[in-house]
Design a protein around this ligand. Structure first.
Ligand code: SLL
Length: 174
C-alpha cells in the first residue's frame, strides 16, 4: 500500500460522441423503429497519440493509445428509453452505439484497474445529434443533401495524485 508522495500521473483523454443521420441503407439494414433519426456512438478514448481529424466516417477521433493498462471498465448509462441502457465495456474500444431520435445526458463511469487503488470517476456528456444550423437549412430547403456526421468531444485529463508505487512503472511507456 505504498504511494509515491509528490508524484502526479496525468493522462489526456477525450470523451464524447459521433452521430449521423440514418440513411435509407441504414434503415434497411438496422430496421430501427420509424421514429429513429440517427445512429450514434459515445466513447472514451486516449488523447495521447496519433489523432485523426475525424473527417472520414468511421475515423477514430483521438489517439489510438490503448487505455486498458489503467482503465478496467467504462460504464455508459444511457437514457432509460434505450434498450439495455447500462452498457458495461470491459475492454477497448470503450464505446457503445445506438440509434434514436433524442439528445440526453450520458453518464460515463470510469473504473481503474485494481492495482491503481483509485476511486472510480464519473464524467457526463450531453449527446449531440443535431447541428442546429444544418437542421434549420434542411427545413428551409428539403432538397439539401444529408448533413455531415457530427463530432462532439470534450478534452479532459485523468490525474492520479500520489499514485500507488507499484503502478508508476506501468505509465512510463505510455
Ligand atoms: C428528454 N431529451 O429529455 C429527451 C430524451 C431520449 C432519446 C431523449 C430513444 C431511442 C429508442 C431515444 O432516442 N431517446 O427508443 O430506442 O426526455
Amino acid at each position: 500500500d505504498l504511494r509515491q508522495r509528490g508524484v502526479q500521473i496525468v493522462r489526456p483523454i477525450i470523451y464524447g460522441n459521433t452521430a449521423r443521420m440514418l440513411t435509407a441503407a441504414d434503415k434497411a439494414e438496422l430496421k430501427p423503429p420509424p421514429d429513429h433519426t440517427h445512429r450514434w456512438t459515445v466513447a472514451l478514448r486516449s488523447a495521447a497519440s496519433q489523432p485523426t481529424n475525424g473527417e472520414n466516417e468511421g475515423d477514430i477521433v483521438g489517439g489510438k493509445d490503448d487505455l486498458s493498462y489503467f482503465i478496467k471498465r467504462v460504464t455508459f448509462k444511457l437514457h432509460d428509453s434505450i434498450p439495455n441502457p447500462t452498457r458495461v465495456i470491459d475492454k477497448p474500444p470503450f464505446e457503445t452505439t445506438a440509434t434514436g431520435w433524442g439528445e440526453f445526458e450520458i453518464q460515463i463511469r470510469v473504473a481503474f484497474t485494481q492495482d491503481c487503488n483509485e476511486k472510480p470517476i464519473t464524467l457526463f456528456h450531453m449527446l449531440k445529434l443535431h447541428a442546429w444550423q444544418v437542421v434549420k437549412a434542411i427545413q428551409d430547403d428539403p432538397h439539401l443533401p444529408i448533413p455531415p456526421p457530427i463530432q462532439c468531444w470534450q478534452y479532459d485529463e485523468i490525474v492520479f495524485t500520489d499514485p500507488q508505487d507499484s503502478v508508476v512503472n506501468n505509465f512510463v511507456n505510455h
